[in-house]
Design a protein. Structure first.
Length: 72
């Protein structure tokens, strides 16, 4: 029964570490430019605003992929 839950345990540890990292970023009030990077599209008009975070999404995808690859 222990072998069944070993993958679940690793997943919970990874999620916990990610939550700690996000909490540390918010606590330390780091000015990360996520959402305001070159390549993020922002269109604002009077009654309309459109935001497409292309570069931010790519960077977050790369970071998460590396973290998941590292912990496997």
């Amino acid at each position: 029964m222990g072998a069944q839950f070993s993958g679940l345990g690793k997943s919970l540890i990874i999620i916990g570490l990610l939550l700690v990292a996000v909490g540390a970023i918010f606590t330390l009030d780091l000015n990360l430019p996520l959402g305001r990077l070159p390549g993020d599209i922002r269109i604002e008009r009077e009654n309309f605003s459109f935001y497409l975070p292309i570069t931010t999404s790519i960077i977050l995808s790369i970071v998460l992929s590396l973290l998941l690859k590292f912990f496997r």
